[in-house]
Design a protein around this ligand. Structure first.
Ligand SMILES: NC(=O)c1ccc[n+]([C@@H]2O[C@H](COP(=O)([O-])OP(=O)(O)OC[C@H]3O[C@@H](n4cnc5c(N)ncnc54)[C@H](OP(=O)(O)O)[C@@H]3O)[C@@H](O)[C@H]2O)c1
Length: 247
């Protein structure tokens, strides 16, 4: 199949390109660096010529709610419009488990807008909600780190390996549209502070972690809100196996 990956230079996008190519598929890579901008539409119609399915693994890191909603809203609308013109038969969106249960997070507001447009849009779709990735704790600690000290919330998560997410996206993109996919998650629950500490250890970095609910993710994400549903598909790679690869 000829399949486009939007966000092809990113963490999950690059792994999804690799997974599709391993499966013998022809992949069209989409990102601004590669000359295609989802916000302006530059290069998009040409990129989607002959494409049968699109995986959207783009990202905005804006902490501003209006900016995040505008990014995901505009990029998704442009992508879906171009897919309709090109006759693409399947749009696959990588989303996040639990976003409907968390108010006050800019990124989640943007992802809800993205899901809304996909579900109401003209192209048959599959939305794949994933839990936090194994590198999430390190990323979150990194946002807040100053002079070797990082405040971080003790969130309960069930993280998944980025490569496992990519494998699932490749499998979904080469099959029929499913609507809302079950949650995808890793095999075990983890505490975000402990994950960050072990990741820093594996990388030989000395960072003092300060557990607090005043960090970037507050009480709105406490409890089980980020955990996958009971019918979730659990991917095999443990956090410990992923950590061993980072050393
Ligand atoms: N981190 C987590 O734990 C987690 C968990 C579940 C789901 N997710 C979701 O996973 C998705 C992918 O995350 P990620 O960490 O893999 O992303 P990432 O590494 O930040 O990569 C983002 C990609 O989007 C591209 N991009 C950004 N703006 C663009 C534009 N205007 N036009 C075209 N391409 C654009 C970037 O390429 P250029 O810069 O070259 O444009 C890059 O390839 C996100 O939507 C996120 O919500 C994340």
């Amino acid at each position: 199949m000829r399949i486009a990956v939007a966000g092809a230079t990113g963490n999950i996008g690059a792994l999804t390109v690799a997974a599709l190519e391993r499966g013998g598929h022809e992949v069209v890579r989409i990102s601004r660096f590669l000359g295609v901008d989802l916000l302006t539409g530059e290069g998009l119609d040409d990129a989607l010529t002959g494409v049968e399915a699109v995986v959207d693994a783009t990202n905005s890191t804006s902490p501003d709610r209006a900016e995040a909603v505008a990014f995901f809203g505009t990029a998704t609308a442009n992508l879906l419009g171009a897919e309709q013109r090109a006759g693409v038969g399947h749009h696959v969106l990588l989303s996040i488990v639990g976003i409907d249960g968390v108010e006050g997070n800019a990124h989640y507001a943007g992802k809800r807008e993205q899901e809304r447009l996909v579900a109401a849009g003209p192209v048959p779709w599959t939305i794949v909600p994933a839990t936090q990735f194994h590198d999430f704790a390190e990323m979150v600690a990194g946002w807040a780190e100053q002079d070797g000290v990082a405040p971080i919330a003790p969130l309960l998560v069930q993280p998944i390996a980025p490569a496992d997410v990519a494998t699932i996206l490749a499998e979904v993109a080469t099959g029929a549209p499913q609507g809302r996919h079950v949650d995808v998650a890793g095999p075990a629950t983890q505490d975000l502070v402990d994950m960050a500490r072990r990741t820093h250890q594996a990388r030989g970095r000395a960072v003092t972690l300060v557990p607090t609910w005043s960090a970037v993710f507050g009480p709105a994400m406490a409890g089980n809100v980020l955990l996958p549903g009971a019918d979730a598909r659990l991917a095999p790679t443990t956090f410990e196996e992923w950590l061993a690869e980072q050393r």
